[in-house]
Design a protein. Structure first.
Ligand SMILES: Cc1cc2nc3c(=O)[nH]c(=O)nc-3n(C[C@H](O)[C@H](O)[C@H](O)COP(=O)(O)OP(=O)(O)OC[C@H]3O[C@@H](n4cnc5c(N)ncnc54)[C@H](O)[C@@H]3O)c2cc1C
Length: 669
C-alpha cells in the first residue's frame, strides 16, 4: 500500500518511466489543472475527447448532489465534469419503505436519470469496470478509458439477494409471502403480502453487517404491525392471543445502533408484544416456509417456521470497487473520515454508500457529506487547503406506526445530533406526527426539487451557497439565511437556515410587473428580513385633498321622512315573514366539583390524548372551561408548538413568504 505522500512522489516518476507514451497518458495530457471557478476551460480537444476536470462515478443520490453542487457553486464549464452511470432510472430509494407501507407508488419515486442531469455535465451511460488511480484513469466496461484531474467515486453498494439461499426464488414466487423493500422490483410486493396475510407467524429480518438505512427493516415491521392492529388481527396489548405473532430477527444485539433511540425502540418492541430474536442472521430459506438463522459463537443455527417474511438482504461493496486499488480491507473506498479524501490518492474522493465513512449509510448523510467534499475538492483545485470536515451526521426517520416517526439524527460515535431537539427543545426519540410528514411528504418532494440539484443541505435546509442564477428555475436565489457557525459539519462559508429568499427571482426584469408605487405617491414599500418586499397602499376610503366624500353633499344627504313614507315602510315590514327566533341554544353544562376533579385527573394521566376538545365533548362543557380548570402541562404545550413549527418546515417558498408578510403587516396595525 502506498501512502498518500509516497504515491504523490512516485506518480510523476511512474509516468516518466514509460518508454512509449501510453494511450492513457496521451489522453491525460489534454486535461489542464485550472483552478475551479476560473474562466480557463478544460481543453477537451476534439469532440468525443474523454478527459475531464472531474469525473464522478455513479449518478445516484451522492453523484447527483456532488456533480450539481460542483457545477452550480463553482462555475465549471461545459463538460468540465463528467458523470458515469449506466442506469436508465434514478430512484428515490428511501421511498421504497413508503411503498412497502402502501403509502406511495413506486413508479412515482423514480425519474429518468438523464432528465436529472444538467446539460453542462457530460454523461457517459456506461459501467465503470476498473480504476487506475496512478494514471488518473477509469476504464469502462467496453474498454474505453476516461481521464480526470479529480475523481469522485460514488457508485453505492450492492444488494446481494443471492447471499441468502432460497431468497431470490421466494421473492420471485407470486404465491409466497416473502418480500423486501430493498429493491425496486420487490418493494411493492411488501404491502400486497401484508394485506393478504390474515394469521400465522410473521418474521422481519435484518442482517448482520452494513446495510443501507439501518432503521428501514424495522420500519417495515412497525407499519405492518399497525396495519394488522387496525384490521383487528393483532392486539399489541395481548399479542399471545392475536391471530398474528411477530418476530424481529436481527443480526445485531440491539434494536438500533445508537443507544438513545435503541432504548426507546426496545420499549416499543416490548409494549407491542414483538418477539426479539437478537444476533440471528438469516442465511437461508428452506422449503419456502422455514427461515434458517446463523448464531454467533458457533451456536447451532435456528430454524423457524414462518407464514410471512420480510427480508432485508445482505449488502456490500461492489466488486469493481472492492477489487480496485481504491478499496480498504472491507472493500469500501478508503477515505479520510473528516475530509472525504482518499487516504492514498490525493485526487480521489468518496462519500455515500460506497465510501468507508464510518457512519450509517443514508441519503441524509450525503446532504452533510456533499458540501464537505465539494469544498475540499475545489479548494484543492485552487491550490488551497482542504479545510472542511465531516462530523458523521446521518439521520434515520423511523416510522413507528402510520402517522408517527421517531427522527433519529446522530453523528460519529453514535452521538445524537438532533436538529429539532436543538431548535425547539423537544426529544426526537418520541415519535411525532410532524416527523411523519417530513418522511412521507416533505423529503420525497425536496429530493427531486432540490437534493438532486445539490441545493438541499438536510438540517441546514437550502443552506448550500450556490451561485446566483445557477440552478435551473431558481435564478437569483441565494439559498441561505441566518448564519449559525455551530451547526453541522464545518464547511467554511456555509450557512444554516430553512428559509430561502426568492426576492431576486420575483423581481427579475423579465417577470417584473409595473411598479404600483410609480402611480401612488402614498404607497409605502416594506422590506421583509428575507429581502422580499410588500406594498401598503392607503385604503380607498381615507380622505385626500382630491376626495369629496367627507364634504357634506346636499344631493346625497338622507331625505327627511314624511308620514306617508313611514306608513309605507310599516306596511312593507308587515309583509315580511316573521322574524327568526332568538338563538335559544342551551349554554354549556356546569360541572360538579367531582367532575372537575375527574377532568383534572384524566388530563394529568394522559395529557396528549385527553385534549380539551375531547374532554369537553365527554363532559358536555366547553373546551375553554377544560383549559381553565385543567390546563395542559407546559411540556405538552411546548410539544404541540414544536409540532406546529415542524409542520412549517414542510411549507413551500410561497407559503413561507405569505406568513412572513402577514407577520410584518400585523406589526403595522
Ligand atoms: C429501502 C431503503 C430505505 C432507505 N431509507 C432511507 C431513509 O429513510 N433515509 C435516508 O436518508 N436514506 C435511506 N436509504 C438509503 C439511501 O437511499 C442511500 O444511502 C443513498 O441512496 C446512497 O446514495 P449513493 O449515491 O451512495 O448510492 P446510490 O443512490 O445507490 O447510487 C449509486 C449509483 O451508482 C451507479 N453505479 C453502480 N455501479 C456502477 C458502475 N459500475 N459504473 C457506474 N455507475 C455505477 C448506480 O447505477 C447508481 O445510480 C434507504 C435505502 C433503501 C434501499
Amino acid at each position: 500500500m502506498l501512502h498518500r505522500s509516497t504515491a504523490a512522489t512516485l506518480r510523476p516518476l511512474l509516468q516518466r518511466s514509460s518508454v512509449q507514451p501510453s494511450a492513457a497518458s496521451a489522453v491525460r495530457s489534454l486535461a489542464t489543472v485550472a483552478p475551479a471557478g476560473t474562466a480557463t476551460p478544460v481543453d477537451h480537444g476534439a469532440s468525443g475527447s474523454r478527459s475531464h476536470k472531474i469525473v464522478v462515478v455513479g449518478g445516484g443520490s451522492a453523484g447527483m448532489a456532488v456533480s450539481h453542487q460542483l457545477l452550480y457553486s463553482h462555475g465549471f464549464s461545459q463538460d468540465d465534469i463528467a458523470v458515469i452511470d449506466p442506469s436508465e432510472w434514478h430512484h428515490y430509494q428511501p421511498g421504497w419503505t413508503l411503498v412497502g407501507g402502501g403509502l406511495k407508488n413506486k413508479e412515482d419515486l423514480r425519474r429518468p436519470l438523464k432528465s436529472l442531469l444538467d446539460p453542462k455535465l457530460k454523461h457517459y451511460a456506461a459501467n465503470v469496470q476498473g480504476f487506475s488511480p496512478d494514471d488518473n484513469l477509469v476504464t469502462l466496461a467496453n474498454g474505453d478509458r476516461i481521464s480526470y484531474d479529480q475523481l469522485v467515486v460514488v457508485p453505492g453498494i450492492g444488494i446481494n439477494f443471492d447471499a441468502i439461499k432460497g431468497l431470490p426464488e421466494a421473492l420471485q414466487d407470486p404465491d409466497s409471502l416473502v418480500s423486501s423493500i430493498y429493491g425496486y422490483d420487490t418493494c411493492d410486493k411488501v404491502f400486497a403480502t401484508i394485506e393478504r396475510f390474515k394469521g400465522g407467524n410473521a418474521i422481519f429480518t435484518q442482517p448482520a453487517g452494513v446495510i443501507k438505512c439501518a432503521g428501514a427493516p424495522q420500519k417495515a415491521m412497525w407499519l405492518a404491525l399497525d396495519h394488522w392492529k387496525r384490521a383487528g388481527l393483532y392486539d399489541p396489548a395481548d399479542a399471545s392471543k392475536s391471530a398474528i405473532s411477530i418476530d424481529f430477527a436481527t443480526g445485531l444485539p440491539v434494536m438500533f445502533g445508537v443507544p438513545k433511540y435503541s432504548a426507546r425502540l426496545e420499549e416499543l418492541r416490548k409494549e407491542r408484544g414483538v418477539n426479539g430474536l437478537f444476533q440471528h442472521d438469516l442465511v437461508a430459506i428452506e422449503d419456502g416456509n422455514t427461515a434458517v438463522f446463523a448464531r454467533p459463537d458457533g451456536a447451532e443455527p435456528l430454524r423457524r417456521k414462518f407464514d410471512l417474511m420480510h427480508v432485508t438482504p445482505k449488502m456490500g461493496p461492489l466488486a469493481f470497487v472492492k477489487e480496485s486499488p481504491l478499496a480498504d480491507g472491507a472493500g469500501f473506498v478508503d477515505v479520510d473520515q473528516g475530509s472525504t479524501r482518499h487516504k492514498r490518492y490525493d485526487n480521489v474522493w468518496s462519500i455515500g454508500d460506497a465510501s468507508s465513512l464510518p457512519t450509517s449509510k443514508t441519503a441524509a448523510a450525503i446532504t452533510a457529506e456533499t458540501p464537505v467534499l465539494v469544498r475540499n475538492l475545489t479548494q484543492t483545485l485552487a491550490g488551497k487547503e482542504a479545510d472542511a470536515s465531516y462530523d458523521g451526521y446521518t439521520s434515520c426517520p423511523l416510522l413507528t406506526e402510520y402517522g408517527k416517526v421517531m427522527l433519529a439524527e446522530f453523528k460519529y460515535g453514535g452521538q445524537p445530533k438532533e436538529t429539532f431537539g436543538n431548535l425547539f427543545g423537544i426529544d426526537q426519540a418520541t415519535p411525532r406526527r410532524a416527523f411523519y410528514h417530513l418522511k412521507k411528504d416533505f423529503f420525497p418532494w425536496v429530493y427531486y426539487k432540490s437534493y438532486v440539484k445539490g441545493a438541499w443541505a438536510g438540517p441546514k435546509g437550502w443552506g448550500v451557497p450556490l451561485k446566483p442564477g445557477s440552478v435551473a428555475g431558481t435564478a437569483g436565489r441565494t439559498f441561505s439565511t441566518a448564519a449559525s457557525p455551530s451547526a453541522g459539519s464545518s464547511v467554511p462559508g456555509s450557512r444554516r437556515g430553512f428559509a430561502s429568499s426568492s426576492a431576486a427571482a420575483r423581481n427579475s426584469p423579465a417577470r417584473r410587473p409595473r411598479d404600483p408605487l410609480d402611480h401612488s405617491p402614498n404607497a409605502v414599500r416594506h422590506a421583509l428580513p428575507s429581502g422580499e418586499t410588500f406594498i401598503v397602499r392607503p385604503p380607498p376610503t381615507s380622505g385626500t385633498v382630491a376626495s369629496t366624500t367627507l364634504i357634506p353633499q346636499p344631493l346625497l344627504s338622507a331625505p327627511t321622512p314624511t308620514p306617508a313614507a313611514e306608513a309605507a315602510d310599516r306596511d312593507a315590514l308587515a309583509a315580511l315573514p316573521p322574524a327568526l327566533k332568538r338563538n335559544t341554544r342551551k349554554g354549556a353544562k356546569m360541572l360538579t366539583s367531582e367532575q372537575i376533579a375527574e377532568v383534572q385527573q384524566l388530563r394529568q394521566l394522559d395529557p396528549i390524548n385527553n385534549t380539551a376538545g375531547r374532554l369537553a365533548k365527554r363532559f358536555g362543557c366547553t373546551p375553554l372551561f377544560i383549559q381553565i380548570v385543567a390546563p395542559a402541562p407546559k411540556v405538552v404545550k411546548e410539544g404541540r408548538l414544536a409540532d406546529a413549527k415542524l409542520r412549517e418546515l414542510t411549507w413551500g417558498a410561497n407559503k413561507r413568504l405569505a406568513k412572513a408578510e402577514r407577520d410584518e403587516r400585523r406589526k403595522l396595525w
